[in-house]
Design a protein around this ligand. Sequence first.
Ligand code: HEC
Ligand code: HEC
Ligand code: HEC
Ligand code: HEC
Length: 447
Amino acid sequence: MSKLQKILAGLVAVCVLFFGFIAFRIAAAPNDQTVKLAKIPEDQKLTKEAYKDAYPLQYESFMMNNRQEPSPTGYGGSVEGNSYIAGQPELLMNFKGYKFSIQYDVARGHTYTSKDFLGTKRLPGQKGSCITCKGSYMYDKYFKESGWTYASKPIDEIKAPIKEDEWFGCSSCHDPETMELRVYQQGFVEAMARRGVDVNNASHNDMRAYVCSQCHNEYYFMKEDGRVNHPWDNGFDPEQEFQFYQSGQAGGFQQDWVHPDSKTQMLKAQHPEFENWVTSVHHDAGVTCVDCHMPYMRKDGQKYTSHWMTNPLKTPEESCRKCHDEKAQTLIDRVKYINDNTFKVQRLAGQACARAHEAIAAAMAAGVPEEQLAQARLALREGQWYWDWVAAENSYGFHNTEVAIKTLALSIDRANRAIEIASGVAPAGNVPMGVPAMVVSEAPAAQ
Ligand code: HEC
Ligand code: HEC
Ligand code: HEC
Ligand code: HEC
């Protein structure tokens, strides 16, 4: 290339990048319709009904969350009473002695939050902390008045004053004064601050992930006062989260329950959609939860954000094909392929954990020394954490396939080690734990 050609090529490249960027910004820009702000009466700010007339497109699409439909892939779905236990009987062993072995159903639309929460057999005897992610009542009414005190009070007392329409309303994501997106879950705000992220200064794009992530994440209740906290100090990977629980960073919190057969101190993972997305290819490409789960729609020439937060494969044209050229059915088939493979490995991991509980119980009956049992239990605690992390995440591997498969592989490894140690095949203490790092030979120096 001559010098002139190089300069011309450079100019073309700059123009392509610049206009490409502009085009991308326009495509990704927020709604082009200016929404007229409505004055919502003070005592109705936590409802949905009071917003209906001012924001009909958003209200109507939000009410589509009432639809009860299976998922296009067959995994997940939005129907009542879709039991995880029925589909994976190993849950009965793995969650034995804990409320998740009594009732554990697949989530459905946000409009069912109150019904499903108040109706679950897991509710009796719980504390106020459980309402934290069921809408903004806990923040706007309880937290603003007296901080976390609601969290340690009996659930019956805390739920009593909440009216049906106040459970999961528009205020669950919007500031009712300005209708801006808001992050108000204090545990999320504090855990992100410990990672050096001030969510109050988040970019608009980050808000389109944080607004969902403040509830769709892994959490635990702090021992002192029941407040919600997140194990993110070391990072978002399931191994880093386990390390957090293992190294005393969770303070007095050590376990969710003790398994009655293996006497193992167990951890329960909770829907870590946020953490899984953070290390995904879509995250790196700037694609947020809202891009897929709340795509832009048009009605009578008006552009608006769909408020039907459900499986995006029900709307592949709007949710996926604005970026992907593949046919809708090809995309659905690809997701189902990921789901089939992830679920297969998930079942293997869950069953390996169930066998490990049995092996430790048998070792206890056979009088195996306590030190050996303790090592087997530690391996099982870790193994079941990894299995549960993927099983409790709601996308059957789609949000981040690499992390799902790696995490399940770790689970199978730890569960098998637990069995080996308990049964004496591998003597306690002689099995180095941890993932071997790959040895990479140094690249030859550039010529
Ligand atoms: C689960 C979270 C969530 C809930 C609940 C929610 N919204 Fe939204 N809403 C969003 C997001 C995300 C956007 C996109 C905002 C953006 O990108 O700036 C949005 C956008 C809007 C907009 C701006 C116009 C548009 O269509 O983009 C309006 C108005 C709105 N929502 C009204 C409502 C009303 C009314 C309700 C209750 C019936 C509601 N929202 C419930 C998350 C939510
Ligand atoms: C205040 C906490 C909270 C916030 C904020 C929140 N969710 Fe949820 N989400 C829930 C709960 C609770 C459920 C389960 C409801 C049920 O099963 O009754 C749920 C269920 C879902 C489901 C399952 C729906 C189905 O049809 O099966 C999807 C998808 C979802 N949420 C996506 C989102 C997205 C996307 C956002 C952000 C725009 C978001 N959520 C914000 C708490 C929240
Ligand atoms: C690239 C698009 C994409 C992004 C980004 C994304 N999701 Fe999803 N999500 C999906 C798809 C597709 C499914 C359904 C997978 C399946 O059928 O197996 C899904 C499933 C879910 C479900 C279960 C829905 C059901 O019907 O059971 C929840 C809850 C959820 N996502 C929440 C989130 C949250 C929260 C974020 C952001 C932290 C997020 N998603 C980011 C595409 C996305
Ligand atoms: C805003 C743009 C955008 C949206 C919306 C989007 N994607 Fe993507 N998707 C991407 C980009 C960018 C990549 C990375 C491509 C690459 O690196 O080659 C990607 C990668 C993928 C991959 C490969 C993942 C991997 O691990 O390599 C799959 C599968 C996929 N997307 C499916 C979907 C589905 C299904 C939806 C809708 C639910 C969707 N995407 C929505 C932009 C998007």
